[in-house]
Design a protein around this ligand. Structure first.
Ligand SMILES: [Zn+2]
Ligand SMILES: [Zn+2]
Length: 253
C-alpha cells in the first residue's frame, strides 16, 4: 500500500530528540513511499522556544535526501503554530521560506495564553469554553494563514480533555462548519493525524464525525501524518487509517 507520513518531527524540533536518520529508517521499515519532516515553529510560544535552525535543517535534509534516493522520497516541511501574538512573525517566516519549504501545516497550539499541552485548561475553565476558545483559535489559523497545505490535528485539544469520551461535536458544529468550509473554499487539505492514539483516543484527529462533515460539505483533499516525535511512532495506525480513507474515497495529497 502506498502510504505517506507528512507530519514527522526530528531533533530539529524543540520537543524531539530523534535523529533525522532514525526517523527515515523507521519510515522505510514501515513501508512508506514518501515522508515529510514538519519541524515546529511557534513564535513566542509561552512555555518553550519552538524555533528551527533552518540552514542546518535544510542541509541535513538535502544530504539524507540524496543518501536515501531510490528508497524513499523526503520532503521539507514546517508545522507553523499560529495565534494572534505571532501572526506577523509567522507570515514573515512563511514569505522568507516558501520557496524552499514545500509543505506547510497550519496548527493551533496556543489559545487563551497557553498550550493545553502545558496548561491544565480543563480543570480551570468550563469544558465548553475550552472547546469554543480552541475552535476559535483554529478558525483564526485557517483564515489568517490561508497558505497552509493542510491544517493539523483539528481537534488537538481533545487530547487533554479528561472527559473526551463524552465530547459532543454537535455542540460546536457551527464553529467546525466554519473551519471546514474555509479549508474547502481555499482549496486546502484537512490533516488526518494519528498522534491521537498515543494520547488514549481511539480515532484520528479530527474525530470521524468531523471527517464525515468535511466530506458532506464537499471536502475531499486530505493529508496523513503520525505526528511522530520518535522513530517508533512513525506511521503509527496507518494501515487502518488508509483502509478507512480508501473506503471513504478521500483524496490523499
Ligand atoms: Zn502540532
Ligand atoms: Zn506536530
Amino acid at each position: 500500500m502506498f502510504m505517506k507520513d507528512f507530519h514527522m518531527h526530528s531533533c530539529f524540533s524543540a520537543d524531539s530528540e530523534a535523529p533525522m536518520e532514525d526517523m527515515i529508517q523507521a519510515a522505510i521499515a514501515a513501508g512508506l513511499s514518501e515522508i515529510c519532516f514538519t519541524e515546529h515553529i511557534d513564535f513566542h510560544h509561552p512555555d518553550m522556544e519552538f524555533l528551527v535552525d533552518m540552514p542546518a535543517y535544510r542541509k541535513a535534509l538535502e544530504s539524507y535526501r540524496s543518501q536515501y534516493a531510490g528508497q524513499i522520497r523526503i520532503h521539507a516541511g514546517i508545522e507553523l503554530g499560529i495565534e494572534p501574538n505571532n501572526l506577523e512573525d509567522s507570515l514573515a517566516f512563511y514569505r522568507q521560506y516558501r520557496s524552499v519549504i514545500s509543505f506547510w501545516i497550519g496548527s493551533c497550539h496556543v489559545f487563551d495564553g497557553g498550550d493545553p499541552y502545558d496548561r491544565d485548561f480543563f480543570s480551570h475553565m468550563p469544558t465548553d469554553k475550552v472547546y469554543r476558545d480552541y475552535f476559535e483559535g483554529v478558525l483564526y489559523v485557517v483564515e489568517k494563514f490561508p497558505f497552509a497545505d493542510t491544517y493539523g490535528h483539528l481537534d488537538y485539544v481533545m487530547r487533554f480533555d479528561p472527559s473526551f469520551e463524552k465530547y459532543d461535536i454537535q455542540k460546536y458544529s457551527s464553529q467546525i462548519d466554519a473551519i471546514l468550509s474555509a479549508i474547502i473554499h481555499q482549496g486546502r487539505a484537512l490533516e488526518l493525524n494519528t498522534g491521537s492514539y498515543r494520547n488514549g483516543l481511539n480515532h484520528p484527529h479530527p474525530n470521524w464525525p468531523i471527517i464525515h462533515r468535511y466530506q458532506a460539505l464537499g471536502g475531499r483533499k486530505i493529508t496523513t501524518g503520525s505526528d511522530a516525535h520518535t522513530p517508533k511512532d512513525v506511521a503509527s495506525h496507518f494501515p487502518e487509517l488508509y483502509q478507512a480513507i480508501h473506503s471513504l474515497g478521500l483524496q490523499i495529497l
